[in-house]
Each structure stands twice: as structure tokens, then as C-alpha cells.
Design a protein around this ligand. Sequence first.
Ligand code: FMN
Length: 411
Amino acid sequence: MQNHEDFIKDLTGYLKKSAEADSGKSAERLRKLVGQEKEPTPPSLFTPIRVGAFNLAHRVVLAPLTRMRSEMPGNVPGPAMVKYYEQRATRGGLLIAEATFVSRQGNGGFGSPGIENDEQAAGWRQVVKAVHAKGATMVLQLWHVGRVSHTSLQRNGEIPVAPSAIDAGLGVLLEGKPGPATPPRALETDEIAGVVEQYRAAARRAKDAGFDGIELHAANGYLIDQFLQDGSNKRTDRYGGSIENRARFLFEVVDAVTKVFPSDRVGVRIGPSNTFNEMHDSDPEALFSYVAAGLRDRKIAYLHVIEPRVKGNSVVNDHPPVAAANLKPIFGGPVIAAGGFDGKGAEGIVREGKVDMVGFGRHFIANPDLPRRLKEGLSLNPYRRETFYYGGDTGYLDYPTSDELETTAAA
Ligand SMILES: Cc1cc2nc3c(=O)[nH]c(=O)nc-3n(C[C@H](O)[C@H](O)[C@H](O)COP(=O)(O)O)c2cc1C
């Protein structure tokens, strides 16, 4: 038996076709019969949407943003982080918390928060509580940086790990200023299950802290991405070589965390055209199509895709860029696109049906009330790059809302 939703879907398709055939007369009659007054209008950024287990009132998503403002030592979310996320929470909004290390081994930034111990989870609990009080949904981005690390960030000054021991000449956010990464060692095959377990344990703590779900950080050249792309994965065991082998680590992690959260509370973020952290692959289209299909089969809540920085006929590492719109038909479920959007661009891509939601990074840093500003067409505060990662409360908690700007102007 067809369920009601499928029936309406079929009928909507039929209505469209018959409208074309008889210039709308019988479609009109049928629409009245099922109580559907008008032809379905394309969604906007402010059309509610169900994403996995989440009911969202709008599609302006807070992209995950490393801000390095946790309390040190300990990498514990404190009151400043509570305030920062609370400022950006809206009823029915989706906030993706910043990259949070699953273990000290996966730490790639001084002042980045962790979710490795109970103290860090307790700090996050206060953040989630404040965000939930404003009616928003919040997921935690789980992070293991792999080779993008430094001995000073590791427990007992250990050497960072990676799929392969490649010194890619990377930079890391160290205490006070960025510095060079420590060249990594390659993980032994029998160590990998332990790293997968780090993700599972972190998901468990995220759940205990009250998060609605998690997002796996599989983009931007961090550990999962290092396994996926053959520029950084030169392994000859079952985690390297073919696309199937290189995607194995990601899928093992997904399968581990979905033992903690149901799959409809787990998202995955990928960056198929990203070159940051010296990433490249010989066939990104084949690789990320395979990834999207594997995630479809696992029925995760959403696929989050960082858009290529180049458009049209340009190439990335000699390949045509792989955009969110290329992967949506393969994945089949809700897709978030992020990277370089303003309100107009975001509205356009959602209206065209190419993606379902848009993640905002830098504009959301500078505009705590971004959803309202986009909805009402208000102007945006400019962001200040120099305080993205360093600067305490400055550039973190002091960006005004449009109401605050009005009050200051009136005074
Ligand atoms: C300060 C800063 C920190 C970021 N931290 C993260 C992060 O923790 N995890 C992640 O997946 N992406 C991170 N990104 C990438 C953003 O989520 C986003 O994809 C990028 O900023 C492009 O979107 P935008 O043009 O709206 O800023 C970061 C970007 C910036 C500017």
C-alpha cells in the first residue's frame, strides 16, 4: 500500500503533466479535490524542511567554524562559547558546532574544544542547553585532524598520525599564532579500529551532552579526507588503493557512530573540490560519487558539501569541480551547500532545487542574527578576519545584531 506522502507525490507529478496537456483545467479540478489550492511553489530559504530526524523552520545553517575560544588548559567549552552559540540560535534553525576533536591525537588547534572527556562534555552541555532554550537544533562536528597537527598539541608530545607519512608542509593554529605542522607517521593497519573507536566514544559523549546529532568532518584535508583522496593516501592495505578501500575508513566511522545516534541524526561534510591542506585526488568525481552513494545507502540525515571556489569551465587540480548539485541526485536526501554564499546566491540555489539548505560561515561570524537579516534583506556587518581564530571575546561576542545597531544609532 502506498502511504499518503507517496500518493501526494505521485499525484503532484501527474498534476504537472496534465497541466501541460490541457492548460491546467483538469489539474485545477484535481488539485481542489485533494485540497491543494495552488501549484507547489519552489522552496525558499525560509520554507520549513524536515532533515532526517530534525524539523527545521528555515534553511540558513550555521556552518561549522573553528574559533579557538575554548578554555585552556583542557579545551573545555566555557561561558564565552555558550554566549556565542546562543547569539546565533533561532527557533527552528540548525547550528553545526565547530570542529571538535574526538581525541588529543586528533587535535589540530590550540584552544579548539574537545569531546574526549567528561569535563569537555559538561562544557558542551551548557552550550546545547542555551541553544535548545532558543528553539534551535544543534549537531556537533566530530574532528580528527590526522596530519594537520603538531607535537605540542598531542598527548605526551606524540607524533601526529595520517594514512601515509607524507610531509605536506602544512600549517597549524598553535598557541598565539600559526606554525608548521609536525610531519606525521603512517597509522598501522591494526591501529585503525582504535581510531574508529575514538569517533564512536566521542559520539557517545556528544549524545550525553544533549546534542541532537553529529556531523562527521570528512572535508578540508583532515583525517577522513586524507584517507579518501589519493594525493594523501598511498597505503597498500585494505584502506588504500581503490576508491572502495579509501572510502572504507569513512564508512567504518559512519557505521560506528550510527550505533550511538540513529543514522537520521548523523550528517557528513565533504569537500570534493577542496585544495586546502594540500589535498588532491586523481578522480574526485568518481570518488565522491561513490561516497555519496555509500552515504545514501546508510540513510544519513544530510550530506554537507563545500562548493568549489571556481565555477563554470574552470578546473581544480586538472578536474572539473564537483559541486553539491552534482552529488544531490546520487545521495537523494537533503543536501547542504556551503562556501561563498550571500543571501541572493543562497536563495537562488535553494529555489532552483539544486540543494536544500545553505551553510554560512564568515557572514554568520559577523552577523549573529543572520537568518533575520537575510529574510528582511537587511545589510550585513563586515567580518574581521584577524579575529577569526585569535582575540578572546573581541571579534567573537561583540558583533551587533541589527536591533543593537538601531539602538546605538538612535542614542
Ligand atoms: C574561521 C573559520 C573557521 C572554520 N572552521 C571550520 C570547521 O571547524 N569545520 C569545517 O568543516 N569548516 C570550517 N570552516 C569552513 C566553513 O565552514 C565554510 O565552509 C567556509 O567558511 C566557506 O563558507 P563562507 O563563504 O560562508 O564563509 C571554517 C572557516 C572559517 C572562515
